[in-house]
Write a protein of this length. Structure first.
Length: 251
């Protein structure tokens, strides 16, 4: 009996850890509201405050959302992933849930009350979802629905991608396709003739370095919001050109 009890406790502990891993260890469900934008093909969601540009070619597709001020954190939340489900809106809800990636900012509208049009006003947590994503969990006619949401790990194919824009002494590196936590706390860059140099967040997921890195093989080091770090050594060859994208390691 003692052995059986011990095995039961061990199995229960394993199941608990598995649930924690599946949920990303980010905590439980929280309450918010959701609306939609961008049209039936989500073409109106392209670009955005995270700087991802074409969300189709970048691999984010239509499962995306713009976050309110309370969630966006001045761009630090770009790339984070959430599971959403419609929560108690009666006939307006569809069953099931959907995973979305934060790719844009939903600005406040202080000219309207927070509960009547100013949905993204602080301190409201709000998701303005791409229309196809919204329709997965709710009916079009609803317009706005209460949702339950939680942070979840981002699942991506391939490595982290680095697009180097700008010009000499102004390197603007767009970081995309980040798995795990999804959002990025810091990025460092290293040329073959330099040591590791910290970059600064210029806007969204664009990270700025003022070093002269022309003609050098480039390595990148990314630290996500959960403290994990991954290094992509020699991700860009010495002959790289501005506007090119390079794939590195992944979390």
């Amino acid at each position: 009996m003692a052995v059986a009890a011990a095995l039961f406790v061990l199995f229960s502990s394993f199941c608990f850890l598995a649930r924690q891993t599946a949920a990303g260890g980010y905590g439980g469900w929280q309450s918010a509201h959701a609306t939609f934008y961008g049209g039936s093909d989500a073409s109106g969601t392209m670009g955005g405050a995270c700087g991802y540009g074409n969300l189709y070619s970048q691999g984010y597709g239509t499962n995306t959302a713009a976050l309110s001020t309370a969630l966006f954190n001045d761009g630090a939340a770009c790339g984070s992933c959430y599971e959403l489900r419609c929560d108690g809106a009666g006939g307006s809800c569809n069953p099931g849930s959907i995973m979305v990636t934060a790719t844009n900012f939903c600005p406040p509208n202080y000219g309207l009350p927070s509960d009547d049009g100013g949905w993204c006003n602080p301190p409201r947590p709000h998701f303005d979802m791409a229309e196809p994503a919204f329709l997965h969990i709710a009916q079009y006619r609803a317009g706005i629905v209460p949702v339950a949401y939680r942070r979840v790990p981002c699942v991506k194919k391939g490595g982290i991608r680095f697009t180097v824009n700008g010009h000499s002494y102004f390197n603007l590196v767009l970081v995309t396709n980040v798995a795990g936590a999804g959002d990025v706390r810091s990025v460092s860059i290293k040329g073959t003739r330099t040591g590791w140099q910290a970059t600064s967040r210029n806007w969204g997921m664009n990270w700025q370095s003022n070093a002269d890195l022309d003609g050098q093989c480039l390595s990148f080091r990314v630290t996500s919001s959960d403290g994990r770090t991954v290094t992509s050594n020699a991700a860009a060859p010495a002959g790289w050109q501005f506007g090119q994208t390079f794939e590195g390691a992944q979390f």
